[in-house]
Design a binder for this molecule. Structure first.
Ligand code: OXD
Ligand code: MN
Length: 586
C-alpha cells in the first residue's frame, strides 16, 4: 500500500506530468549534482571559487523579484476566517481556477520531491513539510533554509503528518501567478513565481501562514520574529524575540557585533526571521527558529552593518539578483567595495554609473546559519530558548521614540497590533509609504487578524512571567531627514536598557504611550550623541500621538465586532492619557 507521501507525489505527477521525478535526500553529492545541472542550463552562474567557494549567482526573471501580496490568498470556507487583511478565495473556487495552471506544467521538466523539517530535527515543536517543485534553484535553496531530505523522511516515516506544498514555475507570467494557502486542510499551492518568499514553501507559507493557524488551534505562537541572546558581563544570556516588517534590519540586529563588547555585552543569533514559541511546563515562553539558514537582503549589507554575515557568505551561498564584478565576485549597493569597471548588473547587462542600481533592491543571499560566527550554541535546542523580552518596531521617520516599554501584556499586545512602518522593496508596490503592519504579520497571518489579536491576548495569562514587551524605532529622522540614531552595533545599547528594565535596574519616564528611558539610564559611553539629539530621540509628542491613535482607531474599524474588547479599551485608554497630558503641557 502507498504511503500518504507517495500518494501526494503520484497525484502531483499525474497533474503536472514531469519527465522525471527526483526524491531529494539532502546529501552533499546531490547538492553537487544540482549545482552542476544548474551551471549547465544557466540557472546558476559560477562565482569566483577561490573567494566564494561553492557559491553561485542566480538571476530571476525581472518580473519576479519580490513577494506578490496581491496574488497571495488564504482559502478558507468562510471569508470571515481569512479576515479583512487577507486576499480570500473559497477553496473550491481557488482549486478550479489554479488547477489548470498546474496541468502539464512540468512537461519536459524534472519534478523534485523536497521533504523538509522546519525546526531542529529532534524538537517536539518542529513540523515536516514536503514541497514538490520543478525548480532546482528552489530545491537547492530549501536545502539551506531547512533540514531537507533524509532528516525529514526519517521523522515522517509512513505518517500523513506533513504539510504538502505543490510548486511550479509555470510560465512566470504574473497574470498566472498564485500563492494559495488552504489552512483548513494544511495545503499550499504556488505557481508562476520562483522568488524565495513565494516559492520556498517552508518559509512564509508554512512557517508563518499555515503555522499561525496551527498555533492558534494548539495554543502556541508562530511569529515574524528574529531571536537573539544578549550576553552580559557575567556571561548570563537573556533571550529576546523581535518583530519588524520585511527589510527593516531583523537579520542585522540578530547578527549584530555589539558596540559594548568591551563591557562584556555580546549578541548571539538564534534566528533572523521566524520564531515558533511555546509555553513550557515551567510557564516560560520558549522559542525555536524553524529555519536553518538566512535569506537576507543584500543591498546595504557591509562590514559595518553586518560583519558576521559578510564572513558567512564567503562560501556555500546562493546569491540572487546581485551584480557581479569582473573578478566574478558578488556586488551590491552599500557593499564595502566601490563599484568597479566591467561590472554586470542583476539583469546580466553591462553596468555603468547612471544606468540604475547594479543589484536589484531586493536582491538576496541564502546562507546556512551554521556559517555565522555569531550563531548561538543553543540555536538548535529542541526545547527552544526562554524568551524574556518581545520587541516590536518599524520605520517611523517622525512618530515613535527610540524605545519604550509597555505597561502590561495587554498593553504590549496593543502596541504590537498598532505597529506601522514605511514600506520597503521586499514586496512589490510603492516603497516608502506608511502602512499598518500589526506584529509585522500583515502579509503572513493565515487567519483573521482580529482573532490573531485575541490569540495574543489569551497567551499572556498562560505564562508564569510573561516577557516584557517593548517598541523600538531605529529610523527617527531630524528636520533635515537625517537618521538621529546610529543603529547597527550601537543598537545593543537599547537592548541593554531592556535587559536592565527586566532586571529592575534601569530608570524610565512614564509617558502616555509607555515607559521611555531617562537619558541617564541608557549606556552611551563611547558614543558621540548630543543631549539635544538624545532628547529628540526620546521625545513623545502628544499631538502626533493623538493623530496616530485616531488613525489606529480607523484601522481597527475594518475588523468590526470581531476586534477583541481589550484592544478597543487600550485604544480608548491611550486617547484619554494623551488628552490629559496635552492639556497639562499646553
Ligand atoms: C523575508 C520577508 O524575505 O519578510 O523575510 O520578505
Ligand atoms: Mn521576513
Amino acid at each position: 500500500m502507498s504511503t500518504p507521501l507517495e500518494n501526494f507525489v503520484e497525484e502531483s505527477a499525474r497533474l503536472t506530468k514531469p519527465s522525471k521525478i527526483v526524491w531529494c535526500d539532502g546529501s552533499e553529492a546531490e547538492n553537487a549534482r544540482l549545482a552542476a545541472n544548474m551551471l549547465n542550463d544557466g540557472t546558476f552562474i559560477e562565482l569566483n571559487q577561490k573567494t566564494y567557494k561553492n557559491s553561485y549567482l542566480h538571476r530571476s526573471n525581472p518580473n519576479d523579484v519580490a513577494r506578490t501580496e496581491n496574488l497571495t490568498f488564504i482559502c478558507t470556507h468562510k471569508k470571515e476566517d481569512a479576515g479583512p487583511t487577507n486576499n480570500w478565495m473559497a477553496p473550491s473556487e481557488a482549486k478550479e481556477k489554479v488547477r489548470p495552471l498546474f496541468a502539464g506544467a512540468m512537461k519536459g521538466r524534472t519534478m523534485y520531491v523536497v521533504p523538509y523539517v522546519m525546526g531542529p530535527a529532534t524538537s517536539p515543536y518542529s513540523k515536516v513539510g514536503v514541497e514538490i517543485t520543478d525548480s532546482a534553484y528552489v530545491a537547492a535553496s530549501m536545502r539551506i533554509m531547512s533540514r531537507m531530505g533524509k532528516a525529514a523522511l526519517d521523522r515522517l516515516g509512513d505518517s500523513d503528518n506533513f504539510v504538502p506544498g505543490l510548486h511550479s514555475l509555470g510560465d512566470l507570467n504574473p497574470e498566472r501567478r498564485f500563492i494559495l494557502h488552504f489552512p483548513e486542510e494544511k495545503l499550499i499551492w504556488s505557481v508562476g513565481s520562483g522568488y524565495g518568499g513565494n516559492a520556498l514553501l517552508g518559509k512564509k507559507c508554512l512557517a508563518l501562514r499555515i503555522a499561525s493557524w496551527m498555533a492558534r488551534d494548539q495554543s502556541w505562537m508562530a511569529e515574524h520574529m528574529l531571536i537573539l541572546g544578549l550576553e552580559d558581563s557575567s556571561g548570563k544570556v537573556t533571550y529576546m524575540a523581535a518583530a519588524f516588517p520585511s527589510a527593516c534590519g531583523k537579520t542585522n540586529l540578530a547578527m549584530m557585533v555589539s558596540a559594548l563588547e568591551n563591557q562584556g555585552y555580546r549578541v548571539w543569533t538564534v534566528g533572523d526571521d521566524i520564531a515558533w514559541m511555546h509555553v513550557a511546563s515551567d510557564g516560560t515562553l520558549r522559542a525555536i527558529n524553524p529555519e536553518a539558514g538566512f535569506f537576507g537582503v543584500a543591498p546595504g549589507t557591509n562590514a559595518k552593518t553586518n560583519p558576521n554575515v559578510m564572513t558567512a557568505v564567503n562560501k556555500n551561498t546562493i546569491f540572487t539578483n546581485v551584480a557581479i564584478t569582473e573578478s566574478r565576485e558578488p556586488w551590491w549597493e552599500g557593499i564595502d567595495a566601490a563599484p568597479s569597471d566591467g561590472m554586470i548588473n542583476w539583469k546580466g547587462e553591462p553596468w555603468t554609473p547612471g544606468s540604475g542600481p547594479a543589484a536589484q533592491p531586493n536582491s538576496r543571499y541564502t546562507v546556512p546559519a551554521l556559517q555565522s560566527p555569531s550563531l548561538s550554541s543553543h540555536w538548535e535546542d529542541p526545547e527552544g530558548v526562554p524568551i524574556s523580552a518581545l520587541i516590536f518596531g518599524g520605520r517611523r521617520a517622525r512618530l515613535a521614540p527610540l524605545v519604550y516599554e509597555s505597561n502590561s501584556w495587554q498593553h504590549g499586545v496593543f502596541v504590537g497590533a498598532t505597529m506601522a512602518s514605511e514600506t520597503t522593496a521586499a514586496a512589490t508596490g510603492e516603497v516608502g509609504v506608511s502602512r499598518r503592519d500589526p506584529m509585522a504579520m500583515l502579509p503572513f497571518c493565515g487567519y483573521n487578524m482580529a482573532d490573531y489579536f485575541g490569540h495574543w491576548l489569551a497567551m499572556g495569562p498562560k505564562l508564569k512571567n510573561p516577557p516584557k514587551i517593548f517598541h523600538v524605532n531605529w529610523f527617527r529622522q531630524d528636520a533635515n531627514g537625517k537618521f538621529m540614531w546610529p543603529g547597527y552595533g550601537e543598537n545593543v545599547r537599547v537592548l541593554k536598557w531592556m535587559l536592565d528594565r527586566i532586571e529592575g535596574r534601569a530608570a524610565a519616564t512614564e509617558t502616555p504611550i509607555g515607559n521611555v528611558p531617562t537619558p541617564a539610564s541608557l549606556t552611551l559611553d563611547g558614543l558621540s550623541i548630543s543631549r539635544d539629539t538624545l532628547d529628540d530621540l526620546l521625545r513623545v509628542d502628544s499631538g502626533d500621538w493623538i493623530a496616530e491613535d485616531e488613525a489606529v482607531g480607523k484601522f481597527f474599524e475594518k475588523f468590526g465586532d470581531r476586534l477583541p474588547a481589550a484592544i478597543c479599551q487600550e485604544q480608548k485608554a491611550l486617547a484619554t492619557r494623551l488628552t490629559r497630558t496635552s492639556v497639562v503641557t499646553k
